[in-house]
Design a protein. Sequence first.
Length: 362
Amino acid sequence: MTRPTPHPGIMKIAPYVPGKDSVEGVAKVVKLSSNEGALGPSPKAMEAYASAAAELHRYPDGGSEKLRAAIGRHYGLSPSRIACGAGSDELLNLLVRAYCGPGDELLYSQYGFLMYPINALGVGATPVAAPEKDYRTDVDAMLAKVTDRTRIVCVANPNNPTGSYLTKDEVKRLHDGLPKNVLLVIDAAYAEYVARNDYESGVDLVDAAENVVMTRTFSKIYGLGGLRLGWMYMPEHVADAMSRLRQPFNVNLAAQAAGVAALADLAHTDASRANNDRWLPWLSGELAQLGLQPRPSVGNFLLVGFGSPDRATAANDWMMKDGLIPRMVAGYGLPDHLRITIGTEEEVGAVRASLARLATAK
Ligand SMILES: *Cc1c(COP(=O)(O)O)cnc(C)c1O
């Protein structure tokens, strides 16, 4: 050995590739690659962020007390069982570090969020993927992959990039089939967008069990991805473990202030949801008319099938020339698809127009 080497798991990680945010030679772009919330942040959150500027020499409140209290009030949850993080990404990472190690297995779904296997490899654990059916998490396939080495099961509900969701009953069946020492992580980053009466974000199951946690984010409907802010609801014993492992000042001061203000701006959140309720079905219908395969979605994005990897790549390049940035999802094993965030009326109109011109250009 002539130089330091990271432990073997690290070199197995295929680095996460974030959505693109620029196109060479195109000045004005519409970024539809990271599901960031069509209406941007609440003006009240922006105000709170600006007001924090004069206090930037101060360390943030290490316990995010006001923010946790605000989340607790908003969702009717006990703040003692809430932890905040620098994005839900940080919390997902903390969970894996706390409950998984070398030789352990982290189970996720075939097209599940890529940060799950990345986090597993990061601690020397083995990520195990269960096959999906029709771009949906398959509860039976997941349970069939559980072994005595399984420590964590991660399910994004709704899932990114597919947009599909598990019903409350399906999540319950998944939980019922797991040994009690396996932690079920329900990543509900898009929960605020879901309007289905057979959906439950995970709160009820966290309350009913000792081995379930739910993560949430301010990056999607609240439009605060740039500030890095997420939270988690969990049993007391998990909260205890998290409070030991968490960095003492993991959530910055401006993020805490903006988060409190964003929660209070109900009108902005309602408007964001209404925008999605209107333009998600519209774009889905239009793209289907063009002969594409938009998969059913309850999030703020569409996974669109183009029939082949070549066609998906060509559509990506075509949209990019129009200044529209979709997300290529070959890294998720979906090279024949693109993921497109639902934007404003003008933005979804531009997506339809661009893909309609591509269809006639062929
Ligand atoms: C966007 C996203 C997250 C990450 O959110 P942050 O809070 O910004 O870290 C987590 N899970 C899923 C499924 C996501 O799509």
